[in-house]
Design a protein around this ligand. Structure first.
Ligand code: GTP
Ligand code: MG
Length: 369
């Protein structure tokens, strides 16, 4: 997951200087930084780079992230003690399943909490970000517009994209628009187009982008970045800390994330499914950790993989179980890196028809906010 220099959670936590003195009196800064945008633009890659940990899974397929995942960073920037609470979020799409509705509610929650918004765009993306812009409409906090993946672009292409955004998203300072709130009916406002690569979705995609009527479009600035190579992330970090409000820390200094170890175990197995299977199989799969025993010598993990149809189960298993075996080995290796410990992983594949549409099932899988 993410950058190669990742250590198990907790190993690299910087010391929180606030612990030593009164955080408020010292002008301690703390706040929520929400990373939003279309699917596949590099949100998870960016969060992992910004916190220096592989918290979020990353694949080349759209809709990899299904949850809001917080990554917490404590530190001291040029004498300024801070705690940053990043939120990686699912890419914004037009919901087709109850699963998608939950995913979009995670985006909404993260925008409601945000003190700073990172609006991530992809240098090669067609101009269809209007549904993201609609969600930013009522955000009364600094918005930093990021043009990602510029490692693949020429300077001219970067200039052209900056000019495009300057024409389509007002830049400079940030306006106090209204009360900091998100439109409760925002889902109904969402555009009909999306960047959805799930082939089981029947909707037509990418209805040509129309302009958003009456939406205030203000960004504090536009920064071209490469989340993958770390280009311009220092500059971005300076700005994030600058815009953070003075506030005591929200989380204890030794907390790295809001999610438990089991969550990361299930995400790692899911990532390997996204990497090893094509078409609808990754999108129809979900992973439940049914057992997690942290023993002295190793962690023993049992994972149940849900699919929607018997044919998908057959694909997941592969001939003589060779595909699930390969996936299991890849997952185990990654789990051992992540937890810094030997792992024994057993997997079961189970058919759960239409789990993406079943509210009770989704609740059990953690898709409620
Ligand atoms: N060349 C290049 N590729 C990048 C960069 N950032 C991300 N990627 C790639 O883009 C793909 C998607 O990255 P993710 O971080 O999973 O994107 P995401 O926005 O979190 O995607 P969803 O979770 O599906 O919404 C992966 O193949 C990444 O390696 C970048 O700066 N440069
Ligand atoms: Mg992601």
């Amino acid at each position: 997951m993410g950058s190669p220099d990742i250590q198990p959670p907790g190993d690299q936590l910087p010391v929180n200087p606030a612990a030593a003195h009164n955080p408020v009196a010292d002008g301690f800064k703390s706040g929520f930084v929400s990373i939003v945008g279309k699917p596949n633009v590099g949100k998870s890659t960016l969060m992992n780079q910004l916190i220096g940990e592989r918290l979020s899974i990353i694949t080349s397929k759209a809709q990899t992230t299904r949850h809001r995942i917080m990554g917490i960073l404590n530190g001291n920037h040029n004498g300024q003690p801070f705690q940053l609470v990043y939120s990686d979020t699912p890419g914004i799409i037009q919901p087709k399943y109850k699963l998608h509705e939950s995913m979009m509610s995670f985006v909404r929650g993260s925008l409601e909490d945000a003190d700073v918004i990172l609006f991530v765009t992809d240098i090669f993306e067609r101009h269809d970000e209007d549904d993201v812009i609609k969600r930013l409409k009522y955000a009364n906090v600094p918005i930093i517009l990021l043009i990602n993946k510029i490692d693949q672009a020429t300077p001219e292409e970067v200039e052209a994209k900056i000019a495009y955004w300057e024409a389509h998203f007002e830049v400079g300072g940030y306006a106090v628009l209204e009360e900091k709130t998100v439109d409760p009916d925002i889902d109904e406002l969402a555009e009909e187009h999306e960047l959805d690569e799930d082939p089981t979705d029947e909707a037509d995609t990418n209805v040509p982008g129309e302009s958003t009527p009456g939406a205030p479009r203000k960004a504090t600035e536009i920064i071209p970045i490469s989340a993958l190579n770390g280009f311009n992330l220092d500059r971005l970090f300076d700005d994030i800390v600058r815009y953070l409000p003075v506030h005591p820390p929200y989380f204890p200094e030794d907390e790295l994330t809001d999610k438990p170890e089991r969550f990361f175990a299930s995400e790692i197995v899911r990532e390997k499914i996204f990497l090893n299977y094509k078409k609808e199989v990754p999108y129809s799969s979900e992973v439940i950790i049914t057992g997690f025993k942290d023993r002295e010598d190793m962690i023993v993990i049992s994972a149940e993989i849900l699919v929607e149809r018997p044919t998908q189960r057959a694909i997941l298993l592969g001939e003589k179980g060779n595909m699930i075996k390969k996936t299991g080995i890849m997952a185990r290796e990654e789990l051992e890196r992540f937890f810094g410990k030997k792992v024994f992983l057993e997997t079961h594949v189970k058919v759960e028809p239409d789990w993406r549409q079943k509210e009770r099932m989704l609740r059990r899988l953690g898709y409620d906010e």
